[in-house]
Design a protein around this ligand. Structure first.
Ligand code: CP
Length: 301
């Protein structure tokens, strides 16, 4: 494995190894044990778009493994502002670090960066493209919460058009004989480029009501205001879904609700106190999962 641009870059056995290793690394992720696996290694986090979880959990992961981090959270402090191209910037950073995590608003940017880089490039989210390390932590969370990945019935709800997390997650879940229900306003339906790669076993809906009682997992996403070319189109769908404790009354008792976060109202805070809420544990799981991936890419023990 060289670069992680899409979830398709990872074979089934590589995903399984990352999830298994992440479980072993939980005490290190929590700071209860030490690891020197990546001493002397440097990770560059290059974020051309805002992030809380992805950047900070990568940085925590690297530091918990004894490695160092360079990078930026605001590209306006870099020579990007002077007009430097992404291709040139990546060539430079590849000389300063042993791996690069890139977040960028342009779909395809991570693939371009991978072509320019001598060191592994990890896609930390490319526009409305993919977010493969989010998918790894989503899979880890599902396995931890529900005890398995195979044969689940999953609802993906919200902005399925622009939401990069659901693009990579749908592709990954297809490997585990998952029944998928895509719930979105018609204008934000799952793109054909994603559904074309899926086997039978998925269906599209505009409301949650009919499918909720069947679900083992409900994956809620934010409507991605920043991706809409026309702000009026955003206004038409903003607030289309709000999941509250009342909404979940007819759900299976074991249903787990995930969200890549941030949420901006699509999950009411009264869900936080229910057994369904797993999204804060999900966010923490970014640390052990990214540790396992960094170990695999950078040759730690
Ligand atoms: N889930 C996720 O990508 O969150 P951030 O945008 O805060 O990194």
């Amino acid at each position: 494995m060289d670069h992680v641009v899409t979830i398709q870059d990872l074979a089934d056995d590589e995903i399984a190894s990352i999830l298994d290793r992440a479980r072993e690394l939980l005490p290190v992720a929590r700071g209860e044990e030490r690891s020197d696996a990546l001493v002397g290694k440097i990770l560059a986090t290059c974020f051309f778009e805002p992030s809380t979880r992805t950047r900070l959990s990568f940085e925590t992961a690297m530091q918990r493994l004894g490695g160092n981090v360079i990078g930026f959270a605001d590209s306006r402090t870099t020579s990007h502002l002077k007009g430097e191209t992404l291709a040139d910037a990546v060539r430079m950073v590849a000389g300063y670090a042993d791996a690069i995590v890139l977040r960028h608003p342009q779909e395809g940017s991570a693939r371009l960066a991978a072509e320019m880089s001598d060191v592994p490039v990890i896609n930390g989210g490319d526009g409305a493209g993919q977010h493969p390390t989010q998918t790894l932590l989503d899979l880890f969370t599902i396995r931890e919460e529900l005890g398995k990945l195979e044969g689940l019935t999953v609802g993906l709800l919200g902005d399925l058009r622009y939401g990069r997390t659901v693009h990579s997650l749908a592709a990954a879940l297809a490997r585990y004989d998952t029944t998928m229900h895509f719930i979105a306003p018609e204008s934000l339906a799952m793109p054909r480029r994603v559904t074309a790669g899926l086997p039978d076993g998925w269906s599209a809906h505009t409301t949650l009501n009919g499918v909720l009682p069947e679900l083992d997992l409900l994956y809620v996403t934010r409507i991605q205001k920043e991706r809409f070319p026309d702000p009026e189109d955003y206004v038409r769908v903003a607030g289309a879904y709000t999941i509250s404790a009342e909404t979940l009354r007819d759900a299976k008792p074991g249903l787990r609700v995930l969200h890549p976060l941030p949420r901006v109202g699509e999950i009411a805070t009264d869900v936080d106190e229910t057994d369904h809420a797993a999204y804060f544990r999900q966010a923490f799981n970014g640390v052990p999962v990214r540790m396992a991936l960094l170990e695999m890419l950078l040759g730690g023990d």
